[in-house]
Design a protein around this ligand. Structure first.
Ligand code: 5GP
Ligand code: MN
Length: 322
């Protein structure tokens, strides 16, 4: 796919990513934004995202993001619109902008979006991150430190700092080129990935303290309800990293963490070993993701949600054919 060719005749270009944007979503959207602005300084390029966590404000272009609410922003149809790190139905209020655009492009690495939803699709489920895919599409001589910082943050977040199995030799090759631009990568990793605010650590502590081992210790589950979130004054942006920490529990093949977004409505995160295909479980409930990390929204009490999920997790553990 050639981004320069696709956008050549366009005057107005839009970019968006999935709801509750994570590091890869923000990194890939802003990396693409910076690249397009460099390729075509005169064209209008707009990024639409739900409010990202403030940690990502170190990425150039962060202040240009148009923050999405419930309503679709009033915009004339875009000539080209990019859906990043997401399928169409996860774009939230930007979905209508994507649908109305004259030309659509989808860049993603989610197995649950294997076919792509654009006129042009660049979908590689085995890629570590959408940011790695954007790196592949950026012309080498156009890469600079600002674009590199955005993409490096995206890769770091989706690989858990190059620890997860999605990290491939070419991921590290891309990372090498990115740090070669001179970015202050230790600071970017520290400030966007590891550093936590006091309340973020407190809420993680609560989730760990209240985690329960089930299925003979092969699955660990935990949840935080809305009342507790309100008490600590945390939002969904503060919950990043909790499920990965819970998954470190020795002997487990599956970690489930959920927090209540509305009364009896939970955002569910799954992290698994090769014994359980997380995306397959999440897809049964309208969600998706990757083999080892996936998510979905579910209704009911904590116990309802766990009961509904564990049937399918147990089935895979018993079959041993994840
Ligand atoms: P997390 O658990 O960190 O929210 O997400 C893990 C992975 O699953 C990410 O790649 C994320 O994009 C994907 N994911 C999380 N929730 C959903 C969902 O509701 N629908 C889909 N399609 N993917 C999700
Ligand atoms: Mn991603």
């Amino acid at each position: 796919m050639n981004i320069r060719e696709i956008c050549k005749g366009a005057d107005r270009i839009g970019i968006s990513g999935h709801v509750r944007p994570d590091g890869d979503c923000v990194g890939s959207c802003l990396g693409l934004f910076l690249y397009l602005k460099k390729l075509f300084p005169k064209k209008e390029v707009k990024v639409f995202l739900e409010e990202p966590a403030h940690i990502f404000s170190c990425i150039k272009g962060f202040d240009n993001i148009v923050i999405l609410g419930e309503e679709t922003p009033a915009e004339a149809p875009f000539d080209v619109f990019f859906a990043m790190d997401s399928r169409m139905d996860r774009l939230g209020a930007a979905e209508a902008l994507f649908k109305e655009a004259k030309k659509t492009v989808n860049i993603d690495h989610h197995i649950s979006n294997a076919r792509g939803c654009g006129d042009h699709n660049y979908i590689f489920p085995e890629a570590s991150s959408t940011s790695e895919l954007v790196y592949e599409l950026v012309e080498e001589e156009m890469l600079d430190a600002d674009i590199a910082a955005a993409l490096y943050i995206g890769i770091v977040h989706d690989t858990g700092v190059f620890r997860y199995s999605c990290t491939a030799p070419k991921t590290l090759m891309a990372a090498a080129k990115l740090i070669g631009t001179g970015i202050d990568f230790p600071r970017l990793v520290e400030e966007t990935f590891f550093e936590k605010t006091y309340v973020q650590n407190q809420i993680m502590g609560r989730a760990l303290l209240e985690s329960i081992l089930i299925m003979d210790g092969r699955c660990v589950v935990s949840h935080i309800d809305k009342r507790t979130m309100d008490f600590y004054q945390v939002t969904s942006k503060d919950m990043e990293g909790i499920v990965s920490q819970i998954k470190l529990t020795k002997g487990t093949d599956c970690a489930v963490f959920m927090y209540e977004v509305k009364s009896l409505e939970y955002k569910v995160s799954l992290r698994t070993t090769e014994k359980v295909n997380a995306a397959r479980v999440a897809e049964l409930f309208g969600g998706g993701g990757h083999a080892r990390a996936a998510g979905c929204m579910m209704n009911g009490t904590f116990h309802d949600v766990i009961n509904n999920l564990t049937v399918h997790i147990e089935e895979q553990l018993e079959d041993g054919r994840a």
